[in-house]
Design a protein around this ligand. Sequence first.
Ligand code: HEC
Ligand code: HEC
Ligand code: HEC
Ligand code: HEC
Ligand code: HEC
Ligand code: HEC
Ligand code: HEC
Ligand code: HEC
Ligand code: HEC
Ligand code: HEC
Ligand code: HEC
Ligand code: HEC
Length: 263
Amino acid sequence: MKKCIFTAAFCLAIGFVVSTGSALAADPVLEVSDCVKCHAKVVHQNQDDGASHKTEVSCLDCHEGGHPPTTPKEEIIPQCSKCHEGEAHFEVKTPCLSCHQNPHQPLHIVFGEDNVAVCNTCHPTQVNEIKDNPSAHGGFDCAVCHHDKHGYIPDCMECHEPHREGQTFADCVSCHRVHQPLNVAYGQDEPNKNCGACHGDLANTLVSGTSKHAKLQCVFCHKDTHGNIPACQGCHGVPHPQSMMQKFPKCLDCHINPHDLAI
Ligand code: HEC
Ligand code: HEC
Ligand code: HEC
Ligand code: HEC
Ligand code: HEC
Ligand code: HEC
Ligand code: HEC
Ligand code: HEC
Ligand code: HEC
Ligand code: HEC
Ligand code: HEC
Ligand code: HEC
């Protein structure tokens, strides 16, 4: 038969058999099914979103060894390290409960202000990337952008204006890798209008030309990284007789402008 460890009136109210005597102190026999009677909020939180702390462990795996007032509160509150040991993430200095704010809903995670070292236990690639490529972004804590919710991806436009109207997040990251934003790099599909956002004159010159270059994409010639300047010979070899080239060594002596060829 279950015994109640509280005052007689309280125990009667919740339907426990009331016991007395010192035997009780040594023998509190609460079962998991009892907890809901007095800790309904905690139990419901755990039922709703307890993750592994609902499926893999029970109330009494964590709150072992008695119950207040016979057992002091501190003694039945477990350390996380009781069950989580041996990985970098479990050795972090930041208190576990500062992020895992509710042990009964362990995946409800809220970031505080100083997270880099903790993020680093699982995302060393991003932490190193931002550290090894100095930029204004490197001065931020991860949560400045990723907010306080794990997995949140910010839109650049939360903080920046686009280079031209109508640019989307997908445009931004087609040139900027956010953890190293100054190393602008792009693929073969980057549309001319994205270059034209800053090099508008050149983009106009190019399309209004009459040579075959007018049909080419900027990035067909300026490959991969911003500022890359191609050599004409890289694509054309030496198309004219050596004697001519000796007299006029530069292609642009005659062809004038790659974006508006004279031919
Ligand atoms: C009859 C009502 C009742 C039942 C049943 C009960 N508790 Fe409690 N529990 C309390 C009360 C009241 C306190 C506060 C005691 C105090 O502040 O001294 C408490 C305190 C606690 C604490 C410490 C809370 C703190 O403030 O640090 C834990 C942990 C706890 N209970 C877990 C459980 C678990 C687990 C179960 C089920 C196995 C359970 N309780 C069943 C009434 C109950
Ligand atoms: C994985 C371990 C773990 C499990 C499982 C667990 N708890 Fe807890 N519980 C804790 C820890 C740790 C604290 C202290 C939280 C703090 O200091 O903020 C706590 C605090 C409490 C408290 C006091 C604080 C509050 O939120 O009211 C109660 C009551 C409690 N638990 C009841 C329960 C009940 C009932 C269950 C089963 C549904 C349960 N716990 C399951 C670890 C656990
Ligand atoms: C009594 C043992 C026990 C204690 C104490 C305990 N945990 Fe757990 N926890 C587990 C088990 C078992 C799992 C499931 C297996 C795993 O992920 O290691 C788990 C899983 C988790 C998960 C992943 C949940 C999921 O479903 O993916 C988190 C987060 C977590 N624990 C955080 C904590 C934190 C923070 C504390 C301290 C407040 C703590 N645990 C205390 C046993 C415990
Ligand atoms: C800065 C916030 C933060 C702190 C501090 C923190 N964690 Fe975590 N923890 C996380 C995030 C984020 C995850 C990933 C959750 C996911 O996979 O969805 C996680 C996952 C976990 C997991 C499940 C995944 C795994 O590796 O088993 C456990 C268990 C866990 N944490 C325990 C702890 C313990 C124990 C501490 C304290 C020593 C702690 N955490 C401190 C943010 C934090
Ligand atoms: C305990 C390990 C762990 C910790 C600590 C952790 N994460 Fe994660 N994180 C994961 C896992 C697991 C995933 C999902 C798998 C994946 O996409 O790599 C993930 C995914 C992410 C994603 C991608 C979500 C998406 O949709 O692609 C972001 C962003 C992220 N984490 C940011 C952070 C930040 C910021 C921190 C520190 C405040 C952090 N994480 C701490 C384990 C962790
Ligand atoms: C300036 C804002 C910003 C900062 C600071 C930042 N991130 Fe990110 N992070 C993003 C954006 C935006 C994405 C999505 C990038 C994409 O889709 O190309 C992202 C993506 C991620 C991802 C998903 C995988 C990936 O690389 O796309 C992880 C994990 C991540 N960040 C972790 C971190 C960590 C850890 C830190 C701190 C060292 C951090 N981030 C700092 C904005 C930021
Ligand atoms: C949470 C706000 C925030 C988000 C989100 C963010 N940035 Fe930034 N970024 C800044 C701030 C602040 C600076 C420094 C001042 C400035 O140049 O505007 C900066 C600077 C930059 C710089 C110049 C870096 C330097 O060192 O001069 C680039 C490029 C950049 N951001 C691109 C992006 C891109 C692309 C995204 C999305 C993938 C993004 N940012 C998301 C806040 C943010
Ligand atoms: C076609 C490639 C490309 C695209 C697409 C692109 N950027 Fe840039 N961005 C650059 C280049 C190149 C620079 C450096 C210009 C310089 O050297 O002054 C730059 C610079 C920046 C800067 C630094 C401050 C400034 O304005 O010079 C920020 C912030 C920035 N970009 C944000 C964004 C955002 C937000 C998006 C998406 C709306 C975006 N970029 C899309 C190439 C691009
Ligand atoms: C955000 C504005 C911005 C965008 C977008 C942009 N550029 Fe630039 N670009 C600049 C600025 C400013 C300079 C001159 C300063 C410098 O060298 O960084 C420049 C310089 C250049 C240079 C000359 C480098 C040199 O050494 O003389 C080339 C080539 C170039 N850009 C090509 C492109 C191409 C191709 C694109 C599209 C993929 C593009 N730019 C997108 C702002 C931009
Ligand atoms: C990345 C490759 C590439 C580079 C670099 C390049 N071109 Fe071209 N060029 C082309 C292509 C492709 C065509 C069109 C060929 C065709 O359709 O037969 C072309 C055509 C031409 C033509 C013939 C135009 C016409 O309308 O008939 C001339 C002249 C020419 N290029 C000169 C130059 C000069 C001068 C440079 C350096 C300033 C240069 N090209 C750099 C790829 C390149
Ligand atoms: C056919 C190849 C080709 C195409 C297509 C091309 N460029 Fe160029 N671009 C060059 C070459 C070659 C140079 C170097 C010219 C020189 O040496 O004076 C150059 C120089 C530049 C420069 C630096 C010098 C200047 O004129 O300001 C910028 C910026 C530039 N291009 C941007 C662009 C943009 C933006 C586009 C697309 C609208 C584009 N280019 C398309 C080949 C090309
Ligand atoms: C002395 C002036 C001069 C110089 C220097 C010059 N070209 Fe030309 N190039 C011409 C003329 C004129 C034509 C058109 C007549 C022809 O087809 O021969 C031409 C045509 C071309 C064509 C088109 C050929 C075809 O078969 O359609 C290409 C490609 C070309 N030049 C590339 C170059 C390159 C690359 C350089 C530098 C290595 C260069 N040119 C230097 C005058 C010059």
